[in-house]
Every structure is written in C-alpha cells, then in structure tokens.
Write a protein that binds this ligand. Structure first.
Ligand SMILES: Nc1ncnc2c1ncn2[C@@H]1O[C@H](COP(=O)(O)OP(=O)(O)O)[C@@H](O)[C@H]1O
Ligand SMILES: [Mg+2]
Length: 355
C-alpha cells in the first residue's frame, strides 16, 4: 500500500486548461473520492495518476516516488473503468488472470490469486463463464477481480457503477466499501454522484471546473460546506438558498428579498446591507404552528418522508418532513427552521461566513 500526493497538478490540451493546479493528499490505506459535475476534470486527474495522460505541470508521487515519468505498468496501480473492458473471448478466470499472465507469473500462482479474488467477490462459480453470459453486476465484479489479483499499491476507479441499474448500484456501493475495509488498499474513486461519495468515502475531494473546491470527510462537507457550490452539490434534495440581508432590529434576524423575516441564533459578523445567502437543509425545516407563514406549492411523498415545497413570499423552500401531516397545495402552513443549523454565505464571493 502507499500514499498518493498530487502536488499543484496542471493539465492543458493545447490552449484549453482543464486542471488549474490541483492539490490532493491521500494517506496510505485511505478511500478518497473525487466528485464533481461532468467535465470538471475528475477522469483527467485519475488518468494522470494512472500514467495514461501526460502531466502539463506539477508532481504526482506514489509512496515516496515521484511518478511523473514512470510508465503506467511500473506504477503498481490497478484501474477499474465504467466500461468493464473485459475480453469477450476469455473466460472469467482468464480475464482475471490476464495481467499476471502477461507479467509471466507462474501458472500455479495465477490460479491461486484468481481463486482468492473470486472468493472475495463471490465469483467462484462463474470462473468458466464468458462475459456475455454474465449480468452487468457480475461483469463489474470481474473487472474488480482483475484489479484485485494484481495486489496493487493503489486502486483507481472511474465511475465503475454508472452502467448499473439503481438497485444494483446501491448493492455494489456497499460491496466496494466492504472490500476496502477488508483489503485496506489505498483507493481513489471518481464519481459525479454525491451519494456515492457520501456513503463510501473516508475523504471527499469536491471539484469544479478544474479546481478543488473543498476536501473533507463526508459529514464535514455536509455540515460545514466552505462555499455555495459545495453546499448545493452535497445533499439531496439540496440545501435551500434564500437571498437577503441582515434585518435592522433588536432581535438578530434575516430579511429575505421578498421581505420575509427569519430569526437567527446570533447576529452574524457582517455590516448592514451586505448581500447574503442563507442556507438551510430540507430536514432542518419542520411544520410548526406559530412559525413562519408560507403557502404549500408542491407535495412529494417518498414514503419515508414527504418533501413539501413552501413559498415564503416568492422564494420556494423545500422541507423534508417525516411525520404524516395532512396538507394540500395552496394551504397556508407555518414552518420553523432549526436556527442552529443555518448556513450563511456572502452573495458575491459565495464563501461561507462563520457564525
Ligand atoms: N483528449 C482531450 N482533448 C481535449 N479536451 C479533453 C480531452 N479529454 C478531456 N478533455 C476535456 O477536459 C475536461 C475534463 O474532462 P474529464 O476529466 O473527462 O471530466 P470528468 O471526468 O470530470 O467528467 C472536459 O472539458 C473535456 O472535454
Ligand atoms: Mg469522467
């Protein structure tokens, strides 16, 4: 196993800059997820770590070795892609043992390591099958098996679950996490899916437009997003944002653009009139008599909870409510926000303001 250090990495295709100086420190044995919208540079960064993409600037180290000029096969990494890239004319066993065969490992050792990986992944009874006779989930497992048999220092995954249906994705998510708990191999995993990132990672790196926006544990990012982008990206349904300013008066409160007053736990350290965005997560809003009055615009039950869109003036706010409360669209209801859970961002810089 090994640590991985990404130091001020830049990537350009001609005049087009894709990565603008990215820093990421990955500890030995850590499970790190790079997450961000499509096109933000996740795959490019992963491919640079793998050695499949030239580095335009900066340094990548695996363990204590700088690998900028080290060939992919000398880096001691194994990569699993979204397209499983299995050889159709080879059995599961031959697919899994392929890299060891290329490396001219003894037959007995190949067999042994393939058996071990197959056992870990529950593939023992499928070793004689061909890829076309496997389900999507089984193919994905074979692709992982192929990586495991190599016993690399680092696993790299690029959206490995994107081709699976929703239910299987959830199952494979747990399997990959358990696999990591068992093997403890340093893992770098790319996804655009924030739920995958939240549920699986030790550490999440949120990327946007070739920059790192924030690095932290799943709950650090959820509870203390550094800026509006991270606040909106992590969590589903997303955090509610309400534009406004601090209201003048004896009690600390926030006045939304449409004139609704929201109580604050304390006065934030900002001058009067500064444009702000108040953030509140849907589950931190409850229906409570005597609260802030609004009109119900939409009711969306999911079973475990109901998402209610409430208009506060002309600002829509989504509340996730676990109780079964009888209500209808156009009803007037009162809501209460858990003021200990509010976030405040500067509207111009979009950065979090500490309160
Ligand atoms: N070979 C290439 N030539 C030019 N532009 C590329 C190439 N590969 C990727 N890009 C661009 O780099 C950006 C980042 O791509 P990518 O790393 O694949 O994003 P992600 O994996 O986050 O969706 C995109 O704008 C993409 O169009
Ligand atoms: Mg990608």
């Amino acid at each position: 196993m090994a640590s991985v250090t990404v130091n001020n990495i830049r990537k350009s295709y001609g005049h087009f800059d894709v990565l603008h100086g990215v820093n990421v420190d990955i500890q030995d044995g850590e499970f790190v997820i790079l997450v961000g919208p499509s096109g933000c540079g996740k795959s490019t960064l992963l491919r640079m770590i793998a050695g499949l993409e030239e580095i335009s600037g900066g340094e990548i180290s695996i363990g204590t070795r700088v690998v900028n000029d080290v060939a992919p096969k000398e880096r001691d990494i194994a990569m699993v892609f979204q397209s499983y890239a299995l050889y159709p004319h080879l059995t599961v066993e031959a697919n899994m043992g392929f890299s060891l065969k290329l490396a001219k490992a003894p037959k007995q050792e190949i067999r042994e390591r393939v058996r071990q990986a197959a056992q870990i992944l529950g593939l023992e009874r499928l070793l004689d099958r061909y890829p076309r006779n496997l389900s999507g989930g089984q193919r994905q497992r074979v692709a992982m098996g192929r990586a495991i048999v190599r016993q690399p220092q680092v696993f790299l995954f690029d959206e490995p679950l994107s081709n699976l249906d929703a239910k299987l994705r959830v199952q494979m998510r747990s399997e990959i996490k358990q696999l990591h708990q068992r093997l403890k191999t340093t893992t770098i995993y790319v996804t655009h899916d924030q739920i995958e990132a939240m549920t699986m990672a030790d550490k999440i790196v949120v990327m946007r437009d070739g920059n790192v926006e924030q690095v932290g544990s799943p709950l650090e990012l959820y509870d203390r997003p550094a800026n509006l982008f991270v606040a909106g990206f992590i969590g589903s349904p997303g955090m509610n944002f309400i534009r406004g300013t601090i209201a003048e008066g004896s009690e600390p409160s926030f006045r939304s653009e449409s004139g609704v007053l929201l109580p604050l736990p304390s006065a934030p350290p900002v001058e009067a009139g500064r444009e702000l965005i108040l953030g509140i997560r849907p589950e931190q809003i409850s229906v409570a008599s005597g609260g802030i009055k609004g009109r119900v615009a939409l009711i969306e039950p999911t079973g475990s909870e109901t998402q209610v869109t409430v208009m506060l003036g002309n600002t829509p706010v989504i509340a996730s409510i676990r109780e079964r409360i009888e209500m209808h669209t156009d009803d007037e209801i009162a809501i209460r926000m858990d003021t200990s859970a509010l976030h405040i961002f500067d509207a111009k810089t979009e950065r979090r303001i500490i309160i």
